[in-house]
Design a protein around this ligand. Structure first.
Ligand SMILES: Cc1cc2nc3c(=O)[nH]c(=O)nc-3n(C[C@H](O)[C@H](O)[C@H](O)COP(=O)(O)OP(=O)(O)OC[C@H]3O[C@@H](n4cnc5c(N)ncnc54)[C@H](O)[C@@H]3O)c2cc1C
Length: 465
């Protein structure tokens, strides 16, 4: 039997691609090596607590994410940020500092020195960068906003979004909107004002949503909609090009023939699987690092935590020398994350900043998280719940040269007809962007099958008759 499209990897990217293609009437199969589909989107109930092992939020401004939620009939499950989310926090001088989100409020706050704020206000007067050389996010932010803003605001933001270091990631690849604002308007501030005037809807937004039972509801619903087209516990060992498409080797479970293939795995798996099929993509993927991450989930009695936890959580600049890179106040963010008289938090370790931290044993990580929480939010006593999730491969690092690497991979179909790649290393790591990218990948695969394969298959069938 030959399927139209085989999708390797049943994370959000693979499932969303398959869902789109199945909706277009194609015969698809998803091959996922884990027992459950979903990739790193895993939500676990621990009594009345809810732990997110991976993603915990979806960008509410994403058309693709809203659309898929609607099509899967998940709107009734959707939950918005809780009313308790009032502040944004960054760590400064060893303590949580409330950060106003409005630019004027931020400029009035004391998080940056007076010099740092004056420098920030000069952003509109800094000339546009005319050099063609790719800049890191740290270089870009230092040049436009000043060193202090770069170190104390952009650095923790990059750790929060990419689990990366601003000094290593490419601004063009990691923050393309900021880069294009500078190119178009000569200034980020002027560009934002201009966008605001035009009522632009596609600017970065802080509005987020989840589902009552966590982000895991999304892959669960996708897998349910796809039914037996999702094969779990199936590890793809090798891909080979054939005259009709591809042959996929799944070890003891045999081989599968497919007309087109979408590789939706982490980049290191792309590198391995495509070694004999498309050496260009294999090399490019092999250059994308994904340092390990660990998540420590802690639940406390409300009375045992001094801080009001009235925000999303906090991020820590590297200069604060904490072991953790940041935390989320899970029970404040969304309802139903902890029992009535309790609170819950997630703490993030590792990433490019300190990969070795993410490899520490669970007990050690829990002890560090508890100590740093004691200092930062006054969490005392024994937590009611403590759970650790290690991710040996965390988030892909959009380093200098990333755009070229991605371009090479997006052109795979030109070199190897029928081969497509999708995933969180292409246009952004967020769930919403993965869903959006999956839609684009599905459209490309569909066009390919329509334009090339159907006619050839029909011809072969005609010749055979
Ligand atoms: C700790 C953490 C927190 C995050 N927080 C957020 C957040 O709050 N909001 C947000 O929007 N995003 C967040 N993200 C990012 C987001 O979750 C991911 O980028 C996204 O889920 C990636 O989905 P994916 O399908 O591309 O990859 P993955 O989820 O990695 O899926 C790839 C799949 O391929 C499978 N696979 C690999 N090799 C094979 C093989 N040989 N054969 C078959 N199957 C194979 C794997 O088992 C896996 O299921 C977070 C990520 C992490 C790790």
């Amino acid at each position: 039997m030959t399927v139209d499209v085989a999708i390797i990897g049943g994370g959000i990217s693979g499932l969303a691609t398959a869902y789109d293609l199945a909706g277009r009437g194609l015969d698809v199969v998803v091959l996922e090596r884990q027992v459950h589909a979903g990739g790193n989107a895993v939500s676990e109930r621990i009594g009345e607590f809810l732990m997110e092992h991976g993603p915990s939020t979806v960008n509410a401004q994403s058309i693709a994410a809203n659309d898929i939620t609607k099509r899967l009939d998940l709107n009734g499950e959707q939950c918005d940020l809780g009313a308790g989310v009032k502040s944004r926090y960054l760590v400064g001088k060893g303590a949580l500092q409330g950060i106003p989100v409005h630019p004027l409020g931020f400029l009035r706050s004391n998080y940056l020195s007076v010099k740092g704020r004056l420098r920030l206000m000069m952003e509109f007067a800094i000339p546009r960068n005319r050099s063609k050389a790719e800049e890191t996010i740290a270089e870009f932010a230092g040049r436009r906003f000043g060193r202090e803003f770069a170190d104390k605001v952009i650095d923790p933001l990059v750790a929060g979004i990419y689990a990366g270091r601003a000094g290593e990631l490419s601004v063009e690849a990691g923050f393309p909107k900021l880069h294009s604002l500078e190119q178009k308007y000569g200034s980020i501030a002027l560009g934002l004002v201009q966008h605001h005037r035009q009522g632009a809807k596609n600017m970065p937004s802080s509005r987020l949503f989840s589902f009552k039972d966590g982000i895991g509801s999304l892959p669960k619903a996708l897998a349910a909609a796809l039914g037996d087209r999702v094969k779990t516990g199936v590890t793809v060992r090798r891909i080979q090009k054939t005259s009709l498409g591809f042959s996929i080797d799944v070890g003891d479970q045999g081989k599968l023939a497919t007309r087109a293939i979408v590789v939706a795995t982490q980049p290191h798996v792309v590198a391995e699987l495509l070694e004999d099929v498309d050496v260009w993509s294999s090399h490019a993927a092999g250059e994308i690092e994904a340092p390990p991450l660990a998540v420590v989930y802690l639940g406390y009695k409300r009375k045992d935590v001094e801080h009001p936890l009235d925000g999303l959580g906090f991020l820590a600049p590297e200069s604060e020398n904490l072991s953790m890179s940041g935390s989320q106040f899970c029970s404040t963010m969304f309802p139903g994350r902890a029992p009535e008289d309790c609170v819950s938090m997630a703490v993030y370790f590792g990433g490019a900043r300190a990969p070795e931290n993410a490899l520490l044993p669970a007990e050690e990580l829990t002890a560090i998280a508890r100590q740093e929480f004691k200092d930062l939010v006054g969490a005392k006593g024994e937590p009611m719940v403590a759970r650790v999730r290690h991710w040996p491969r965390g988030l892909p690092q959009y380093k200098i040269g990333h755009k070229d690497r991605v371009q090479t991979m997006l052109e795979a179909n030109n070199r190897v007809p029928g081969l497509f790649l999708t995933g969180n290393y292409i246009s952004g790591p967020s769930v919403a962007v993965c869903v959006d990218q999956a839609g684009k990948t599905a459209a490309s695969a569909w066009h390919y099958l329509n334009d090339h394969v159907s006619s050839k298959i029909d011809q072969r069938l005609e010749q055979a008759m």
